[in-house]
Design a binder for this molecule. Structure first.
Ligand code: PLP
Length: 442
């Protein structure tokens, strides 16, 4: 890094920052200017240990040589190719490689540029699939309370986060929501799947009965809800959803934007829970978060339903200028190589109990009301300050940053998901750092 890149800008007005307290940030900016492996470098030259893999995406750690080199080489060789009616080899190669690591049967890949776009794409595939089969009366989409499926209109419609929905009008029609599965009274301090709550899957039956199952196109869930505070599913819950979907001709969509690409110690959460969806939504770890890219996996049954009609006609009227972009595809291939060569999914699996033991050792520290771990994901839930929800966790976040640790907070929950290259010593550092913060917090 040269000295120029360390210089902080002196005017922060123009950039309207996403999901950020803009005014607070601009009074005391937190600026990263470099990154390597498990650490960020701040503008004032400090090292910050990354306990969140950026935003749940840098699964192989930062500035990994194979990935940065692949991007540089690709940019000099074929920078862009039209995504519609034209192709380039790396997009096909990446799709084939992805199909080999996907759960059996999810053989087709539609490229997007983000998790949000992957969600929209999956919802549209689901609706269009039924229509292509002559079953256009299946138009309803079912999500779940506390679900996060990105920020576009379909995603916030099936999503279940009030703040993400309330400002934006009527959203999509024909959407309903199952109950969430969070039950701290019965499942407090859970490791892995939650013990209680399999019966909550039957909420899908209630909704199906209310609307009649023949009107329901698809149900979308995160196998583990991430953004609303790490909510592992109850044991047997996802299997039961699968059964109900099968009984009633409903497509099951897993949103694996967070859980995909090794986060659970398996390629996908579908493998971890041994439940295969019909459509699987991914992004983030696909390119190690380095270049924006998403991928929707579809079963052969779904893909093939589109492949009728005259061959010169477009089968699915959907796609993005950057679907399968050459530089993103090159980054994706190099990322998959890195995961494989370094055995990172297996490494995450081996670390799961170490991570769980470390995080659960925070039980009994000040303000802690629950701790949940699964895969290399963990949450420490804090008692909110009376009348000031989110403030305690935000103070923890600021304290952590000042003291060299990047965590994420949602509501009063601290959520963590370190890169899969994290060492046991660094897990210790994360937990020791958190312990000290909790003891300092008001
Ligand atoms: C489960 C889930 N779906 C969708 C998204 C949206 O992804 P993006 O921010 O890339 O649009 C996220 C982002 O965190 C996510 O966690």
């Amino acid at each position: 890094m040269n000295e120029m890149t360390r210089v902080a800008p002196n005017n922060l007005d123009a950039f309207w920052m996403p999901f950020t307290a803009n005014r607070q940030f601009k009074q005391a900016p937190r600026m990263f200017v470099g990154a390597k492996d498990m650490h960020y470098t701040t503008a004032d030259g400090r090292q910050v240990l990354d306990a969140t893999a950026g935003l749940w995406c840098v699964n192989a750690g930062h500035c990994r040589p194979k990935i940065t080199e692949a991007i540089a080489t690709q940019a000099g060789e074929l920078d862009y190719a039209p995504a519609f009616q034209m192709g380039h080899p790396k997009a096909f190669e990446l799709a084939s490689r992805l199909a080999t690591i996907a759960p059996a049967g999810l053989d087709h890949v539609f490229f997007t540029n983000s998790g949000s776009e992957s969600v929209e794409t999956a919802l549209k595939i689901a609706l269009a699939y039924h229509r292509a089969k002559g079953d256009g009366s299946r138009f309803r989409l079912i999500g779940r309370e506390r679900g996060y499926h990105g920020v576009n209109f379909g995603g916030i419609s099936v999503g279940g986060i009030v703040a993400n929905r309330k400002m934006f009008g009527t959203l999509l029609t024909g959407v309903d929501h199952m109950r969430h599965t969070h039950d701290p009274a019965r499942n407090g301090y859970s490791r892995g799947e939650a013990e209680h709550g399999v019966e909550l899957a039957d909420d899908l039956l209630r909704i199906a009965t209310l609307h009649d199952p023949s009107t329901i196109a698809a149900v979308i869930v995160e196998p583990v809800s991430g953004s609303t505070g790490v909510l592992p599913p109850p044991k047997g819950y996802l299997k039961r959803l699968r059964e109900i979907c099968d009984q009633h001709g409903i497509l099951l969509i897993f949103d694996e934007v967070i859980t995909g690409y090794g986060r659970m110690g398996t390629a996908f959460a579908a493998d971890y829970f041994d439940v295969t969806p019909d459509l699987m939504v991914t992004a983030k770890g696909l390119t190690n978060g380095v270049i924006p890219m998403g991928a929707v996996f579809a079963s052969g049954k779904i893909h093939d339903a589109f492949m009728g009609g005259p061959e010169h006609l477009i089968e699915f009227f959907h796609g993005y200028t950057y679907s399968g972009n050459p530089i993103a595809a090159a980054a994706g291939l190099a990322t998959l190589d890195t995961y494989k060569e370094e055995g990172l999914f297996e490494r995450a699996k081996a670390l799961e109990p170490v991570w769980a033991d470390a995080l659960h050792s925070l039980k009994g520290e000040p303000h802690v009301v629950d701790i949940r771990t699964i895969g290399l994901i963990g949450a420490v839930e804090l008692q909110p300050i009376d009348g000031q929800p989110t403030k305690r966790a935000f103070s923890a976040f600021l304290d952590a940053y000042e003291n060299g640790l990047l965590i994420r907070t949602t509501g009063d929950i601290i959520a963590m998901s370190p890169p899969l290259i994290v060492s046991e010593a660094q897990i210790g550092e994360i937990v020791d750092g958190l312990r000290a913060i909790l003891r300092r917090l008001n």
